[in-house]
Write a protein that binds this ligand. Structure first.
Ligand code: ADP
Length: 186
């Protein structure tokens, strides 16, 4: 598994080339859609491997807290069913619409909401996919700056989450994130 590590204070930030459904961090993040009822890409992979328990909990969240869907940038937590992690944090990234519809702010918020939720649950490690860069079409290089800056900003402020991992699914995406990380972690 290809892997690079960076440090912000006591927080380890890792870039990994791999499949997020294989990660054993306390939580993995799902790039969900607002329905919370499943989709393609990483969402489909998490529900397929994690099993019905995650889906049932998502349905309950829809029925109780978010009857009209989870707004973009917000995050909720469920257990992780059959996955190696303990929890799945479901967040909704923005759909790319040319960059003039607050996409970067909303993408930053998706990372930040997920990290805050993990912190509030006392978790010490979390893995993210590259939110919004699949079906939602966010340009990868721009997304990599938003994602890593959000993570750095959060890591700067806290000491509790010891490890934050970006799990990149293709070599191309991994290389783009790595180039961005090398420019940001100096
Ligand atoms: P979005 O709708 O937010 O764009 P997608 O799931 O379509 O979400 O894509 C987000 C990113 O997740 C893409 O870079 C995609 O290649 C990647 N991805 C898909 N499956 C996995 C997986 N199993 N593990 C990690 N990343 C994945």
């Amino acid at each position: 598994m290809e892997k690079n590590e960076f440090k912000i204070g006591n927080t380890l930030i890792e870039l990994v080339l791999g499949d997020i459904t294989e990660m054993d961090t306390d939580a993995i993040v799902n790039a969900a859609n607002s329905s919370l009822l499943g989709g393609g890409g990483v969402d489909g992979a998490i529900h397929r491997k994690g099993g019905l328990k995650i889906f049932e909990e998502c349905k309950k969240i829809r029925a109780t807290k978010y009857p009209s869907g989870l707004p973009t940038g917000e995050a909720v937590i469920t257990s992780a069913g059959n996955l190696k992690s303990q929890f799945v944090i479901h967040t909704v990234g923005p759909v790319w619409q040319g960059g003039i519809h607050d996409e970067s702010k909303l993408l930053e918020k998706a990372y930040d909401s997920s990290l805050r939720l993990a912190l509030s649950k006392g978790l010490s490690s979390i893995s993210f996919p590259s939110i919004s860069t699949g079906a939602y079409n966010y340009p990868i290089k721009q997304a990599s700056f938003v994602a890593l800056n959000a993570i750095i900003k959060f890591a700067d402020k806290q000491q509790k989450i010891a490890k934050i991992v970006m799990v990149l699914f293709s070599k191309k995406t991994f290389d783009i994130y790595l180039t961005t990380a090398k420019s940001l972690f100096k």
